[in-house]
Write a protein that binds this ligand. Structure first.
Ligand SMILES: Cc1cc2nc3c(=O)[nH]c(=O)nc-3n(C[C@H](O)[C@H](O)[C@H](O)COP(=O)(O)OP(=O)(O)OC[C@H]3O[C@@H](n4cnc5c(N)ncnc54)[C@H](O)[C@@H]3O)c2cc1C
Length: 505
């Protein structure tokens, strides 16, 4: 049989993964990427000698022995890469000097919390025992498994999972007698107070087990190693090649139009933003009511959508790497009233700043409409507003780190409009869960589209779940489906230092 061809739209992690696995299985593939580099959201940018990392806080599958690590090995992302494991998940500080340090060592965390509030010993034990239970399995690896494998693996913690799914961080915190713990606890997981406890417990368990870590070099370097693996497998990435249309004949995808030129293929995989794939590239023709409802309900304000970074001529190696700081006085930034800020101090990776210097970043929630309204009216207004936000954030940092304002050598502000411009993600959004479909996380949301053949979607929008593990598993799964339809056995290879190891799934 002649070699079958696949066109992939988007060189984010999902598109690159799909490309690697398709090449491993004998398909001839090309990726069209709108940006000038691969990585998508898994990216970083260099400013005045500092690297601002736009993505990874925790990479799941960071240590050998878990299923996800094997996938990263297949993609050439972890071989020779140092992983950094921090001693703390975060540190929460009140304005009057009280400190909750969320140690990743669960026993140490339990001792510390009991010292903070002996009266809460029972609730603290319930919490830390919950984390210990989740530490017995790596829930992040479930994404890399078939539903049956995942069910078998998750079965031993099904009861624990059910219990901790029903309660959010802020609800759990209400049980503490100590007023500081009651206030601080809801912020311990990226300051997302309303997420279910099981998510946080999994993060804590993963950090404890060292299956969640930071890949040294950061997000773009990580993505580049996968792009490199793809090209070594014979794939080709066309950067600055924006796909405007997916060509369809008789309800079969047959190619794409990129930068005005037509490219034909046997199969099309879109790893690009879901909204533009479905409503722009396909003109909405294959969107049913369920899909329309989902996109109509897009959130207006999004966490972590406004990133304010500073490169500072200051050694901050003794500072916590992640900090939630309750402000002495509440402030308003843009349209948000803040009583605390989350600060990230990138002191754990010396590749991100010159020696003795540090990148410090504050992430805020943001509303796309607000920022989109500014450049449309006037580009200078948009830039002024970014400067105003940066100045307001720096005034806050000055209170926590006196003298820092005078040490700033680089300032960078990224808004939802920036994200949209560089990654194509509609309104700078990331995927959200499908209302009323609790199993969409397992079954996916739009892995294929109604009535359209020869076309797959992969990545966060196909799955309605964010995260690098989702992106990889999604790309891998699409190629497994293509192999199945073509009557082929799916194969994946791992490049070890000395040899290429092959396995069949
Ligand atoms: C601030 C932040 C922090 C995060 N932290 C973590 C973390 O700690 N751990 C974790 O696992 N995940 C994290 N994530 C989530 C993770 O980054 C994403 O879920 C994942 O990278 C999505 O990958 P993707 O391939 O599905 O999509 P994307 O990365 O969005 O890739 C889509 C690609 O398609 C391209 N494209 C779009 N339209 C077109 C077109 N018309 N033509 C050609 N190309 C096109 C884009 O340029 C892009 O390269 C974070 C995300 C953000 C924003």
């Amino acid at each position: 049989m002649a070699q079958r061809s696949i066109i992939i739209i988007g060189a984010g992690i999902a598109g690159l993964a799909a490309g690697c696995y398709a090449q491993m299985n004998g398909y001839s593939t090309q990726i069209h990427e709108a940006h000038d580099k691969p990585g998508g959201l898994c990216t970083a940018w260099k400013r005045r000698g500092y690297t601002v990392d736009g993505c990874i806080h925790h990479l799941a599958g960071a240590s050998p022995g878990v299923e996800l690590y094997r996938l990263w090995e297949e993609l050439g992302a972890v071989q020779g890469r140092e992983m950094v494991f921090c001693d703390t998940l975060t540190q929460v500080e009140s304005a009057d000097g009280q400190v909750l340090t969320v140690y990743t060592d669960i026993d140490r965390l339990e001792r510390h919390m009991k010292q903070l509030s002996p009266a809460d010993a029972r609730l603290i034990e319930e919490y830390t025992n919950g984390a210990r239970k989740f530490a017995r399995i790596d829930l992040f690896s479930l994404m890399a498994m078939t539903p049956l494998q995942a069910a078998r693996k998750a079965w031993p913690v099904a009861g624990t999972f059910a219990k901790w799914s029903k309660v959010t961080l802020d609800q759990f915190a209400e049980g503490f007698q100590d007023p500081f713990l009651r206030r601080a606890f809801p912020t311990v997981q990226y300051d997302f107070a309303d997420i279910p406890m099981f998510l946080h417990l999994n993060f804590l368990a993963g950090c404890h087990n060292k299956t969640l870590g930071w890949p040294k070099g950061g997000s773009l370097s990580f993505a580049r190693s996968i792009a490199d693996r793809y090209e070594r497998l014979g794939g080709r990435i066309h950067c600055r090649s924006r796909v405007s249309r997916i060509l369809v004949e008789d309800n079969r995808a047959v190619g794409v139009i990129a930068n005005g030129a037509e490219h034909k293929a046997d199969v099309v995989i879109s790893a690009a933003d879901g909204h533009s794939t479905i409503f722009d590239m396909l003109g909405g023709k294959f969107a049913d009511e369920r899909i329309k409802r989902f996109y109509d309900a897009a959130p207006r304000s999004v966490e972590m959508a406004l990133q304010v970074a500073f490169g500072v001529n200051r050694d901050m190696s003794q500072e916590p790497q992640a900090l939630v700081w309750f402000l002495p006085q509440p402030v308003t930034i843009v349209d948000k009233d803040l009583d605390r800020v989350s600060i990230e101090v990138y002191n754990f990776d010396d590749t991100l700043a010159p020696a003795g210097k540090t990148v410090v970043k504050v992430m805020l929630s943001a509303c796309y409409d607000y920022w989109k309204g500014l450049p449309d009216a006037d580009r200078a207004k948009y830039d002024d507003e970014k400067q105003r936000v940066a100045a307001a954030v720096l005034r806050l940092l000055e209170q926590r780190f006196p003298g820092i304002s005078a040490q700033v050598e680089m300032t960078d502000v990224a808004t939802p409009v920036t994200t949209e411009r560089f990654t194509g993600n509609w309104q700078g959004l990331q995927a959200w869960s499908v209302p009323g479909e609790p199993f969409a996380m397992l079954k996916g949301f739009t892995r294929t589209l109604p009535r359209l053949r020869n076309m797959y979607m992969v990545g966060q929008w196909a799955e309605s779940t964010i995260g690098l593990p989702t992106a990889v598993a999604s790309g891998r799964r699409a190629v497994q489906s293509i192999c199945r339809l073509d009557g082929k056995r799916f194969r994946a290879t791992t490049l070890s230092e000395y040899s290429s190891v092959q396995r069949e799934d």
